[in-house]
Design a protein around this ligand. Structure first.
Ligand code: ADP
Ligand code: MG
Length: 699
């Protein structure tokens, strides 16, 4: 294609895309569906990947199986009507050594472009049987081969949508680069950028879309990834400053009399790790700056009681503490556990979940609003509902999977700037921690409390299911209880709920299990139904539950000694480890049986074998991180961290640290972003992070 020379008058980075030559109002609608409204947004629509079509060969040298490029002239070209009624297009391309057949499905209009005699570059893989290229990349060449966009280079592949073609996208990006690329303002002030990346934003944008080679592309990626990380770190840093400025400056921890009373009533003593973690937390509570601490401990390591004791310090100091659990079941269970643990200290525990009746809810909201010192347990509903928490001193987030910067901000909006304690069994890689929280402290519970029965994990092939059931019947007959876990993953149209229901029916009718009462748990059940089953199970009346992963976190029934996990290959190791932590909580020996599904691959089976060999949850989490990436708990998707498009938190630690240092220095020097050199930064932050905290600060 030819490059536009003159910019249409007034075209700017923030101009609507319809004004970009070649787009127009009709096609702009399609771009809009990708969220691309302005010319700059199009430039920020980075390629998903790049095809390496740089190996030029002669037609005679073409070999099947690799992406190769030839330069030649179109010989014959013809539209073909297929029996199915579609019209395809064929063209042969010849160079001095031979002729290559090209076949294009359903693109008769190519006849207008690929006319006989036209000089073209064609990139594709030769089909070994038919000796032709199907739907190759191609480009008509008029001048030299330097300015190719669609073939014979590192070809960018952009996300598309209906109504947009890859070629149309590339051409539009090319035009945008030519017309406004150099005028896109860089949100990263020059002083903040270290030596990473490229000389200018314009150069980076050019090279991310149309890189000359891999090294250049990587430099462009680093440049733009730094920008993403820098923006996020600047927000975190601004927020940290607001929290510090507005910090209560008063202690949210009492002397510890209530905690002592609760400890004295425990049937066991705290482990050294638990004591130390509590000391660390209490020290943070007493400090004026807001705490953000992660309490990491393997399943069953006893995080709950540590958090409760911290909460008692807060209540003692006249504030409120909130426990947030990820599910209703857990919230209720926590309410029961905490009520029992807090009773000796004379502290009442209130529960606020989706099932709390309206009248009760109103009373509770009034007490919270009146700043009555108390402990409240709930789901994330606590964050979402219109409950004011003006006296919230401590927010405990249990088994957090979805608590990140966004939720912290949500709490702040509710008038609370509490200390935050996140309980988790999943170690978080340092880079992810920084990206999520900017800064956070970690306490770790390594030793498991004494007095636990042994937990062994066995891998059983599907054929052994009858023996597994026999074993289960024996355990149940001996008074124990069991979990049967079914993955909540779609399979052939059956979702987790249906799979659990089917398995429940099958097992309930099985002669071996006939004497025992079974229960069914899955996410589609009404809250009351779930609660009834959970309570029945906790009371020992329901002897075995067939369940999806709604039981994954936190359920504590020490009499449960057997867990059978079906289609276990569908789960990550950390998740399996979490699951099996539901057994082995009492004095009895416990068994977890993992059964791979029929389609399990050899590597998946090998991972399951690893699970049988180690009970070190940290080691398993690291294996998961290596083999499967950060996954749900700490991936950025669910957690309020904006999507990183080019930054890769698994490998960009250096960039992240550099971005963080730069953000800290900048905010320290110019906390209100008043410096004109920071005007673009401020503008971008205000439009991308619509958040009162940042707005207040920057405003
Ligand atoms: P998790 O860290 O997985 O949330 P929990 O807090 O649910 O673990 O604790 C698991 C079980 O261990 C509970 O039944 C709890 O009462 C018990 N527990 C906690 N601390 C101790 C301890 N120091 N000694 C003995 N049992 C403990
Ligand atoms: Mg727990």
């Amino acid at each position: 294609m030819t490059r536009a020379t003159a910019s249409p008058p007034g075209l700017r980075p923030d101009s609507r895309l319809q004004f970009l030559p070649g787009v127009g109002p009709a096609r702009a609608v399609h771009f809009e569906r990708l969220g691309l409204l302005t010319v700059e947004q199009l430039l920020r629509h980075y390629p998903r990947t790049w095809l390496d079509a740089r190996r030029f060969v002669s037609v005679r040298e073409l070999t099947p199986g690799t992406l190769l490029t030839v330069v030649g002239a179109v010989r014959h070209a013809a539209a073909l009507r297929t029996r199915g009624g579609r019209t395809d297009f064929t063209a042969s391309v010849a160079d001095a050594t031979g002729t290559l057949a090209c076949y294009f499905y359903g693109q008769p209009f190519l006849a207008r472009t690929l006319k006989p005699g036209t000089r073209v570059v064609v990139s594709g893989e030769v089909d070994p049987l038919e000796r032709r290229m199907v739907n190759p990349l191609f480009e008509v060449v008029e001048g030299d081969l330097e300015s190719l966009l669609h073939a014979g280079r590192l070809v960018p592949v952009h996300a598309l949508t209906r109504g947009l073609t890859a070629r149309g996208m590339r051409a539009a990006v090319r035009r945008a680069l030519d017309l406004v690329g150099p005028r896109v303002a860089d949100p990263v002030p020059a002083a903040a950028r270290g030596g990473t990346g490229m000389a200018s934003l314009a150069e980076a944008l050019e090279a991310i879309h149309f890189p000359a080679d891999e090294a250049t592309r990587e430099r462009a990626r680093a440049h733009l990834a730094f920008e993403e990380l820098f923006l996020l770190q600047t927000v975190l840093e601004l927020r940290r400053r607001v929290l510090a400025e507005q910090g209560r400056g008063l202690s949210t921890a009492g002397p510890g009399r209530l905690a002592q009373q609760a400890i004295a009533a425990l049937p066991w003593s705290l482990t050294d790790d638990q004591r130390q973690a509590l000391d660390e937390i209490v020290a943070d509570l007493k400090a004026p700056r807001p705490m953000h601490r992660l309490l990491i401990g393997d399943v069953g390591s006893g995080k709950t009681v540590v958090a409760l004791l911290a909460a008692l310090h807060v209540v003692e100091a006249g504030h409120q503490a909130a426990f947030m659990a990820p599910t209703e079941i857990l919230a209720r269970q926590h309410a029961a556990t905490l009520t029992r643990l807090a009773a000796p200290a004379g502290v009442a525990v209130a529960a606020l979940t989706g099932a709390t009746p309206a009248a009760e809810r109103r009373t509770l909201a009034a007490r919270l609003l009146a700043r009555e010192p108390m402990l409240v347990v709930g789901t994330h509903a606590l964050l979402e509902e219109k409950v004011a928490l003006p006296a919230l001193g401590l927010a405990v987030v249990d088994e957090q999977h979805r608590f990140g910067v966004g939720q912290r901000a949500a709490l702040a909006q509710k008038g609370a700037l509490p200390d935050v304690l996140v309980l988790t069994a999943t170690p978080i890689p340092r880079t992810l921690a920084l990206a999520h929280f900017g800064d956070l402290e970690v306490s770790t519970l390594r030793a498991r409390p004494a007095g636990r029965g042994r937990l062994v994990t066995r891998l059983a092939p599907e054929e052994k299911f009858p023996q597994v059931l026999e074993f289960m019947a024996r355990e149940l007959a001996a008074g124990r209880q069991a979990f049967i876990v079914v993955p909540a993953i779609e399979e052939g149209g059956r979702d987790g709920a249906k799979a659990a229901e089917a398995e429940y029916r099958r097992l309930a009718q099985h002669p071996l299990l006939a004497p025992f009462r079974l229960g069914l748990l899955h996410g589609r059940l009404k809250a009351e139904a779930k609660q009834a089953v959970m309570e029945g199970f906790a009371a020992g009346e329901v002897r075995a539950v067939v369940t999806t992963t709604v039981i994954e976190v936190g359920v504590d029934v020490p009499n449960a000694t057997l867990m059978v996990i079906e289609n276990a290959d569908r789960f990550g190791l950390s998740q399996l480890h979490q699951l099996r932590g539901r057994v082995g909580r009492g004095p009895h020996r416990s068994v977890c049986v993992v059964i791979p599904g029929p389609g399990a691959t050899a590597p998946a089976r090998a991972r399951l074998t690893e699970l049988t060999r180690t009970d070190d949850g940290f080691a398993l989490a690291e294996t998961d991180l290596r083999t499967r990436g950060p996954g749900e708990p700490w991936g950025t998707r669910q957690s309020g961290v904006p999507r990183m498009r080019l930054a890769d938190l698994a490998r960009d630690e250096d960039l992240l640290l550099a971005a963080r240092a730069a953000a800290r220095a900048l905010v320290a020097a110019d906390p209100r972003l008043a410096d004109p050199a920071h005007a673009r930064l401020k503008e971008v932050l205000l439009s991308d992070y619509r958040e009162p905290l940042v707005l207040a600060l920057a405003g």
